[in-house]
Design a protein around this ligand. Structure first.
Ligand code: ZN
Length: 210
């Protein structure tokens, strides 16, 4: 059996410690099994020093320089982020999304004049994700300043996204703010990240009030 052969070989010829440490680190990555980890490890070993160290530096930069914007929680290297700091953006219209990648997607439509608020997930009681685990308090604090005229809920049209939208609606009901939701041009159960630009445009322009 192949797995047995692989096991016996790795016992007979253990990797040098630094190689085996790199392989172990690769194995911690999502979707990377022992074979892929081994392939990546030897790829790094064979590649020239410059490109291998560029990878190491890129990882270091992500961990040391990327943070969450203190206003909208989007990923950024400057705080507040470029969108929050842009005087041409309409700070009174806040699009609420689940993840930073949803901001990138809505931005790619070129249709958003407002700003964002990233929840950092969705409510999912079965997975132990409660409203307190999201940035909902920070959103409410933004609304409380009185500078937000409209909150546009742009959570995914999945069960969790809809549940999160309903929760936001009830939380925001006690404040003087218009609450709308992206129109359901988005197929139910889909993710914003897979929607086409045209579908997103319809959803943004056809947003409805709660
Ligand atoms: Zn921001």
């Amino acid at each position: 059996m192949h797995s047995w052969e692989a096991d016996s070989r790795s016992v007979a010829e253990p990797l040098p410690p630094s190689l085996s440490r790199l392989k172990a680190e690769f194995e911690k990555l999502p979707g990377i099994g022992p074979r892929s980890a081994e392939r990546l490890t030897f790829h790094i070993l064979k590649s020239d020093k410059e490109s291998a160290l560029a990878l190491a530096q890129a990882i270091r930069d992500v961990k040391e320089q990327v943070r969450h914007c203190r206003i909208c929680y989007n990923l950024t290297e400057s705080d507040p982020c470029a969108i929050c700091a842009d005087p041409r953006r309409d700070q009174s219209q806040v699009f609420v999304v689940e993840q930073p990648k949803d901001v990138m997607l809505l931005e790619s439509t070129g249709l958003i004049r407002g700003v964002y608020h990233v929840l950092m997930g969705h409510i999912a009681p079965l997975d132990g994700i409660e409203p307190g685990d999201l940035t909902i308090d920070a959103l409410v604090a933004r609304v409380k300043t009185g500078k937000v005229a409209e909150v546009v809920i742009a959570t995914n049209p999945t069960m969790e996204g809809e549940g999160t939208a309903l929760h936001l609606k009830s939380v925001l009901a006690s404040y003087k703010v218009k609450v709308t939701q992206l129109a359901r041009g988005l197929p139910a159960g889909s993710q914003i990240e897979y929607a086409s630009r045209e579908v997103l445009r319809d959803a943004i322009e056809g947003r409805r009030s709660f």
